[in-house]
Design a binder for this molecule. Structure first.
Ligand code: MN3
Length: 241
């Protein structure tokens, strides 16, 4: 048996028994660290923080970062892998009786995993500066950087319950928008691409800021790595243009 015959044979057996799925054949989108959120076998994984736990002090404290990344984010990774597995099993067994539950889990934990991955990356000990491109999109979308900050802060501060404030790219009108996301993604426009998400779940700030979410959002804006955000924004635009 040649190697080719073996591969073809294995593929035929595999196709009969399971869903054809080969994540390693997919090229990963290298924007906002999302390529590090999945391994070559297609399993979701917890990416390392791109800096030390205490690198954002005094604005975001070490203990919060440790719990938030190692416990909360890991929980979403596990939940997403489980939901993915359960949905695969539902297809294989042709039993969709619990599909509503697993689709909700897929949305919740998927939103959590991807948004946290972006969230870690858009912060950093160095802030750098905004590219001319990002600056011009901010100006044409909101009037000025100051107006953007006011809108972004007001939106993030008034998310009801747990969720996210979000600067996103809206490709249809080729502009930036600010949105709220309740929990891990309610209130979205599906076409939007996150550019700068801020986590406003209490677990993101309660140890240091207690109920003062607005102080935390102000602190978050001090640790945004604008150079990184600008680079990723350019990559996002290049996917659409
Ligand atoms: Mn969180």
């Amino acid at each position: 048996m040649t190697k080719r015959d073996f591969i073809l044979g294995a593929a035929a057996v595999g196709a009969a028994a399971t869903i054809p799925f080969n994540a390693s054949a997919m090229s990963k989108i290298k924007v906002n660290g999302l390529d590090k959120a999945v391994d070559d076998a297609g399993n979701y994984i917890l990416p390392d923080l791109p800096y030390a736990y205490n690198a954002l002090e005094p604005y975001i404290d070490e203990q919060t970062m440790k719990l938030h990344h190692d416990k909360h984010h890991l929980g979403y990774v596990k939940g997403l892998n489980n939901a993915t597995q359960q949905i695969k099993q539902a297809i294989e067994s042709n039993d969709f009786s619990l599909i509503k539950h697993w689709e909700r889990e897929l949305a919740f934990h998927g939103g959590g995993h991807f948004l946290h991955t972006i969230f870690w990356n858009v912060m950093g000990p160095k802030q750098g500066s905004r590219s001319r491109e990002l600056e011009s999109y901010i100006n044409k979308s909101f009037g000025s950087f100051d107006s953007f900050v006011k809108l972004y802060t007001a939106a993030a501060n008034s998310v009801e319950g747990s969720g996210w404030g979000m600067l996103s790219y809206e490709p249809a009108a080729d502009k930036l928008i600010v949105m709220q996301g309740e929990k891990q993604g309610n209130l979205t426009q599906w076409i939007q691409i996150p550019v700068l998400p801020v986590d406003v779940w209490e677990h993101a700030y309660y140890l240091k800021y207690q109920n003062r979410r607005s102080d935390y959002v102000e602190a978050f804006l001090k640790v945004v790595n604008w150079e990184y955000v600008s680079e990723q924004f350019d990559k996002t635009l290049s996917l659409y243009k």
